[in-house]
Write a protein of this length. Sequence first.
Length: 313
Amino acid sequence: MRILVTGAAGFLGSHLSQKLLALNHEVIGLDNFYTGRKENINHLLSNNKFEMIRHDVITPLALEVDMILNLACPASPIHYQRHPVQTLRTSILGISNLLELALKLQCPIFQSSTSEVYGDPVRSPQSESYWGNVNPIGLRACYDEGKRVAETLMFDYHRQYNLDIKIARIFNTYGPRMQIDDGRVVTNFIVQAIKNEPITVYGTGSQTRSFCYIDDLIEGLTSLIFSENSITGPINFGNPNEFTMLELASCVLQITGSKSEIVFKDLPEDDPKQRKPDITLANELFKWEPKIHLVEGLKRTIEDLRSRLSINS
């Protein structure tokens, strides 16, 4: 198939593009390089089945493809809060343009949604039937609500035009190619530990996250992407094993051998206290569950960040 991947130079997009090429598909990568990095896709450029285009999905585009996979949107708070209007426009206008293209081509379209649609959940674990607890005017709303509207648009096109759609709700994912300065907890802790700087834990450190290694996530996403048309989602993909921020910090310190000390800062506005996916649906449909343990995944991520930090220093 000839597949369009938006956000192809990003963390998730580059790994998904690599997987699609390994499956012998042609990939047209699209990215405006706001948070995407050329380094993420340099190793793909020599593949004659890969083509990269600089383009912002806010602007309509005309291409001939067999499938559209939308991963275009800043995903870390430090980036989407810096330009909240751009983030909203990317989520809403971007998916609108891609849905119109899918309708014109009569091709299936996939949307990478997020666990952020659940907001600061009052239910745990979070299943796909949970409607969430989102502050619509908070600092994170540009991302949370943008993704929620994108899901609405996907289903409205599906109902009104019978368009084939698929939606994945992606929980915290980590691994090689994450941006060094993306502000997310895994990269923050690892970079601070490698530099022997204080590790900053927000709040008491008792808030939890569930961390899924990138290879496990990509296996889940490809299972959904190439599933039968009747499977629309949304479907949760993430690791149901919870870790507190203090547990994660301790794990990073142990693996890196760092002399960093843990310091505490105030919890950011609307920061979720708990995040744990219910992956029953993904398991029932695709026999999918994460296989890579946090320690092993952190070792691979730390090795990647060490090498990149040494190059940049």
